[in-house]
Design a protein around this ligand. Structure first.
Ligand SMILES: Cc1ncc(COP(=O)(O)O)c(C=O)c1O
Length: 473
């Protein structure tokens, strides 16, 4: 019989009691089959490192112990696909491609599974912020063009070549280093690909190896060369046989500031107009710009936050009207429920006092998981059985929260700690408002301690790749 622990509860929830009478070995087998099946669906190869190597006892025990958590992030891949089609519909031409931004663990949703799914539904390109994130994707068999949007340093060019990542360059030194590195590998035949990744994965891209993107600073004053420096930089690339795949810029306030965005777009278009005849592509639009149709007629759009269904600012009626769907929710079972007498204190600092007899449930989620400490005494969670909202009482601690729940609450029911909607009290955008931040921060703080469960077509596809290895987040 399944142990009556979080694993058992989770599986019962997932498979509607279908595993009830399985022994441990059958359970492991079943889990493995499901994981293998889901990974195979996400990749063109059926053999994938490390999931499909036969599990030793150690690995399977490890897998179960990683699932020994009564809390997880549910990632709805259907909503992700829906959001992509909404964002594509903002572009006047079907020729405009999508560069999906999957940096920071796909904004907390899990970069590996999200990237594979995005490739499966036809997204043309992916982008990360740093080289390590790109390497991570390649190591998990993500194919196709991957941009690195941060200002890539010269000493990182070798890795870009090795893993076929497209670096962003802004200055002469970076271009020269790329040229030198490329040249060395051509003339010395230096081995580029890493030991465990096949060329098929790394080089399956329509962007020539050693290509770069040049970023132009049109007003944000962060990364990027000045527009006047662009012709010189292009010339340096040409002189050194470096293929310039595209030039791009980034908007400082595309959702909130029409005039500034128009000024940036105008500057970008003027600076890059002569490049069109050279076949160099152009892209500019982040979420705010896509929704407001700035630069959506260029070669690519670059959605991040909106692809995950979250607003660039707060969830205004105007934003909600686009019909995007938040992708992630946070679900948990209580791990303990206590009946407290009048006058009992709850949590660190004794900030809450029960004012009559009441039930307090402990959930195994805290600020180390990305559940905000600022929600102490302010947050709410949803009892899934009834839809009731229950208040977070006492302080949010590192690994636990305490919630006042109805007296009939049982340990086997789920609660939603972050809802996949725009609820002002429980959604990512609502939580952002309460704690005084933006949805970006709420999403990206969802910790790697959480297993992530992916659903597609209403089915649970994966019992968290991460449950096998923290590395595959
Ligand atoms: C260059 C670039 N493009 C696109 C994005 C996506 O932005 P957003 O999440 O606002 O859509 C980012 C994110 O910071 C970025 O750095």
């Amino acid at each position: 019989m399944l142990r009556d622990t979080s694993v058992g509860q989770l599986l019962r929830y997932l498979f509607r009691d279908g595993f009830k009478n399985y022994g441990q070995n059958n359970l492991r087998c079943g889990l493995l089959k499901i994981i293998n099946k889901s990974i195979a669906r996400f990749t063109s190869q059926s053999i994938v490192f490390p999931i499909t190597t036969p599990l030793t006892n150690y690995q399977s025990d490890n897998m179960l112990s990683n699932l020994e958590r009564s809390a997880y992030i549910l990632v709805n891949l259907d909503s992700l696909a829906h959001n992509i089609s909404v964002l594509r519909s903002r572009c006047p031409s079907k020729k405009t491609g999508v560069i999906s931004v999957v940096k920071a663990g796909a904004y907390g949703h899990g970069s590996v599974m999200v990237s594979h799914h995005l490739k499966n539904i036809g997204v043309e390109r992916l982008a990360v912020a740093i080289v390590d994130e790109g390497i991570h994707l390649r190591k998990h068999h993500v194919k196709g063009p991957i941009h690195v949007f941060g200002n890539v340093q010269s000493w990182e060019m070798h890795s870009c070549l090795q893993y076929n990542l497209i670096p962003t360059v802004c200055d002469e030194k970076a271009v020269l280093t790329m040229a030198e590195t490329l040249n060395k590998t051509k003339t010395n035949g230096e081995q580029l690909s890493g030991p465990i990744i096949s060329d098929d994965i790394i080089y399956q891209s329509d962007v020539p190896q050693g290509s770069v993107n040049i970023k132009i600073d049109t007003g944000m004053s962060r990364n990027g060369c000045q527009p006047d420096d662009l012709p010189k930089l292009i010339k340096i690339c040409q002189d050194h046989d470096i293929h310039v795949d595209a030039v791009f810029t980034h908007f400082a306030d595309s959702w909130g500031n029409k005039e500034f965005t128009e000024m940036q777009l105008d500057t970008f278009l003027k600076a890059t107009e002569p490049l069109k005849s050279l076949g160099i592509k152009r892209h500019a639009s982040n979420s705010g710009a896509i929704l407001r149709c700035y630069g959506t007629d260029l070669d690519y759009i670059r959605p991040g936050i909106s692809m995950y269904g979250l607003p660039p600012d707060n969830a205004s009626e105007e934003f909600k009207a686009f019909g995007l769907k938040p992708v992630a929710s946070m679900v948990s079972y209580p791990t303990l429920i206590k009946r407290l007498q009048d006058g009992r204190k709850v949590g660190y600092g004794c900030t809450y006092t029960a004012d009559n007899e009441q039930s307090i449930a402990t959930f195994p989620v805290g600020y180390a998981d990305g559940y905000w400490r600022h929600l102490s005494g302010k947050g709410f969670v949803i009892r899934d059985n009834s839809g009731e909202r229950c208040p977070v009482v006492g302080r949010v601690s590192m690994d636990a929260i305490t919630v006042r729940v109805p007296a009939d609450t049982s340990l086997s029911e789920t609660f939603t700690l972050m809802s996949a909607d725009y609820d002002p009290l429980t959604s990512a955008s609502g939580i952002a408002d309460i704690v005084g931040t933006i949805s970006y921060e709420v999403a990206t703080r969802l910790s790697t301690r959480f297993p992530r469960l992916y659903t597609d077509g209403g089915k649970h596809l994966d019992l968290a790749v991460k449950a096998l290895s923290f590395d595959s987040y």
